[in-house]
Design a binder for this molecule. Sequence first.
Ligand SMILES: Nc1nc2c(c(=O)[nH]1)N[C@H]1C(S)=C(S)[C@@H](COP(=O)(O)OP(=O)(O)OC[C@H]3O[C@@H](n4cnc5c(=O)[nH]c(N)nc54)[C@H](O)[C@@H]3O)O[C@H]1N2
Ligand SMILES: Nc1nc2c(c(=O)[nH]1)N[C@H]1C(S)=C(S)[C@@H](COP(=O)(O)OP(=O)(O)OC[C@H]3O[C@@H](n4cnc5c(=O)[nH]c(N)nc54)[C@H](O)[C@@H]3O)O[C@H]1N2
Ligand code: SF4
Ligand SMILES: [Mo]
Length: 699
Amino acid sequence: MNSKMNSKMNSKMNSKTVIQSGILPTICRQCDMHCGINVQIENGKIVKISGLKSHAQNRGRLCPKGPAAIDMVYHPERLLKPLKKDEHGSFQEIPLSQAMDEIAAKLIELKERHGARTVSCWQGEALGFAQQEKYARRFIHAFGSPNFFSCDSLCWASRYLAYNLVQGYWNSCPDFLHSDLVIFWGTNPPVSHPTFMVPLTEGRKKGAGLIVIDPRRTRIARQADLHLRPLPGSDGALAWGLCRYLIEGGYYDKEFVKNHTVGFEDFAIYAQKFSTEFVAEQTGLTRREISECCRMVADNLPRVVNYVGVSLEHQDNGVNTVRVIASLGALSGAIDINGGDLWPESMGERDLTLYNELPLINQKPVGADKFPVLYDMIKECHTMTAMDYMLGQGEYPIRALILTGGNPANTNPNSEKVAKALSGLDLLVVRDLFLTETARLANYVLPAASFLERSELHFYSHYQSVSLSRKILEMPGVQDEYSFWHDLSHLLGFGEKYFRWKTETEVNQYLLEPAGITLEELAEHPGGMQYKPVKYKKYRDHPFPTPSGKLEFSSSYLEGFGLSPLPEYLEPLYLRGNSQDYPFILITGARKSVYYHSRFRNIPRFRKLYPRAEVEIHPEDAGQLGIEHGNKVRVVSEIGSITLAAKIVKGEDTRQGIIQISHGWEQESNVNRITYDSINDPISGFPQLTSIPVRMERD
Ligand SMILES: Nc1nc2c(c(=O)[nH]1)N[C@H]1C(S)=C(S)[C@@H](COP(=O)(O)OP(=O)(O)OC[C@H]3O[C@@H](n4cnc5c(=O)[nH]c(N)nc54)[C@H](O)[C@@H]3O)O[C@H]1N2
Ligand SMILES: Nc1nc2c(c(=O)[nH]1)N[C@H]1C(S)=C(S)[C@@H](COP(=O)(O)OP(=O)(O)OC[C@H]3O[C@@H](n4cnc5c(=O)[nH]c(N)nc54)[C@H](O)[C@@H]3O)O[C@H]1N2
Ligand code: SF4
Ligand SMILES: [Mo]
C-alpha cells in the first residue's frame, strides 16, 4: 500500500496486526483457489501481499484480487460498528453487546411464536464451502431449525451431485499436469480459476492437447487446439455424441466398464440417438468439428480429463449434462489414474455438523419436497423456494434470516423478488464488511472480520494436502465468524453444549486431532502438508461410494425419486417455448478478472478497468438493431427488464444471436432482475441463469 492509499484508509479504524513489522505467510481467501500468500507488515499495517513460492497451489503467482485484500481490509467504507435500522428506516450505530442481546431476544420470541424452523441461516461465497459454512450449519441445527441456505443452491452443487451420482465423488481439479488432453466445458480458468493455469501450462508444454467448448472466444479459448462454439445449453448433445463415438468405435475402457460399472447397456442404447447429424443439429457445430473432437478424444485415451464450468449448471438440465460428461470420463478410463480424475481421500478430520449426532425429525426443510435430491445429498435448503416461504407462500412461514458472506439481493435470480422477501422479514441480520444491497435491507448489520482476521484449515483434495491460515490482524469490536456463532449460541443457551471452544484455534485443534497433525506442524509448513500420499485405482480394493458400489451410468437412486435413471438430454430452454418475442439468447455471469460476483466495484483502480455494466453484442446483431457502442440498451426477458450500455464485440468473439451480461452490478443494470428463479433443474433445483430468451431495444 502506498502513501496515497494510506491517506484514503478508514480513519476510524483501530486495527492491530499480530506483529508490528515483518512478513507472515498465510492463505488468500478472496476466491476459492486458496493461494499461498506472504503478508508484509510495517508499523502495524499491512503494506504488501505477494505470492508464496512454496505453496503448491499457486507457486508464488497471484491474480489481481489477492493483493486487493489490502484495499478491502482498510477500505474507507468498511463497516466497523453494528448498525440497527430505526422506525424511519435509517441505520443507527449501536454497541455490539446491545445488537447481540436484541438479536437473541428476537430469535427466542420468533421461535416461541412460529417454531424453530421459522429461523434460518444463509452463507455466501465469501466464506467458502468448508469450516466457516459448518459453523453456520451447526448453529442453525442446534437452534432446532433445518433451514440452512447458501450459494450452493446455484453454484457447485449441480456438478457435485452429478459427479457423485455417477462415481460417488467429485474432484474439483483434475490432473491437468499429467493428462494428454484437457476438455474445458463452459469455463474460462485464466480468469475464474487462475491456479488451474499452473499445472495446465506445464502440461501443455509437455504436449497435452486442449479443447475448449464455449460459444464465446474467451481467454482460454484463444489457447485451445480446438475451440468449439456450441449453442448455449446444447452441451449435453455433444457429450452424448462423444460417448456414442467411444462406445460404437469400441474405444472405451472395456475392462473397467465390465467390472466396475452398472447401467452400461441402457446408457449405450440411449447414446445411439446422438449421431453426428443429430449433434450438429442441436449444437450448431459442423460435422467436421464434431468429428475432430471425437478423434482427439479417442487418440488421447485414457488420460483425457474434463472440467465443467458453472455455466453448464445454470440450465434446467444441468445435472444430467454433467452426468454425461462424468460418464465420458468413465468410458475414457480416466477414473482414479495419474493424469486422470483422482478419487481424493479425505484427511479424516472431525465433522462440525450435527446431522448424525442430532437428527432433526419431521421439520420439513424448505425445498426438500420439491428438490429432494438436493437436500438428501448435501442438506442444502433451496434458496429460491425460501423466498416463497418468506413471502408467505410456503407450508410454514420463514420469518428470520441470519445471512453472512453473501449478497443475494444482487446475486440470486429474480432479484427484485429476493429484495421483497428479505425486506419483509421480522428479523434480517446481515454480516458483511460493507453496506451492500442486501445489508441495506437488514434490521441489524454486523461488521464482519475478513479472512485476514481469522484462522482456518484449507484443503486441496486434488493433491491431498492441508494448509492453515492465520490471523494477521484484529479490528476491535469486529467479530470473526466463529466468535459470532459462539457468542450468539451462548446467549441462546446452547453454547456450552455445541460451541464450547473459546476460540477458532481451539476448533482447529479439535478438527485436526484424529488426523494426527498438529497446528504447530501446519504453521511450520506454510506451503501446505500432504496428509496422505496419493494412490490410484483404489476401486480395485474399495467399492465406489455410490449406492451400488460401482460407477453408475444409470441411477436407480434417482429412479426412487421418480426421476429418470439415465441422464436424458433436454433441448435448451429457448428452443422449447415460443421465442418469437425473445429472439436473442442471453448468457450471464462471464467472470471479469477484477470483480468477484458483487464484490470489488468499490475499489477505484478496479472500477477504472471495468467502469460500467455492459451487454456484449455481436456486430451484425447490433447493426440490425441500430445499436452503437456505448448506446443504452434495454434487455427484456419474460420476467423483467434492465438497462445498460452496449459493448459491440468482435464478430469472431461470439456467435450471432447470443448476448452476454456479467452479473454483480447494482439496481437497473443487475442482470438478475431478468433471470429466472422458478425454472429449475429437477434434481438440484438450480435456476436458469443462462440460455435465457430475451429481446433488445435501444433505450
Ligand atoms: N474473477 C473472478 N473469478 C471467479 C469468480 C468471479 O466472480 N470473478 N467467481 C467464482 C465462482 S463462485 C465460480 S462458480 C467460478 C465460475 O467459473 P467458470 O465456471 O469458469 O465460469 P466463467 O468464467 O463465467 O465462464 C463460463 C463460460 O461459459 C460460457 N457459457 C455460457 N453458457 C454456456 C453453455 O451453455 N455452454 C458452454 N459450453 N459454455 C457456456 C460463457 O461464455 C463463459 O465464457 O468462478 C470463480 N472465479
Ligand atoms: N446472473 C448470474 N448470477 C450469478 C452467477 C452467474 O453466473 N450469473 N453466479 C452465481 C454464483 S456461481 C455464485 S457462487 C453466487 C455468489 O453470490 P454471493 O454468495 O452473494 O457472493 P458475493 O456477491 O461475492 O458476496 C459476498 C459478500 O460477502 C462479503 N464478504 C467478503 N469477505 C467476507 C468475510 O470474510 N466475512 C463475511 N461475513 N462477509 C464477507 C462481501 O463484502 C460480499 O458482500 O452468485 C451467483 N449469481
Ligand atoms: S486466485 Fe487470486 S483471489 Fe483467488 S486465492 Fe489466488 S490470489 Fe487469491
Ligand atoms: Mo460460484
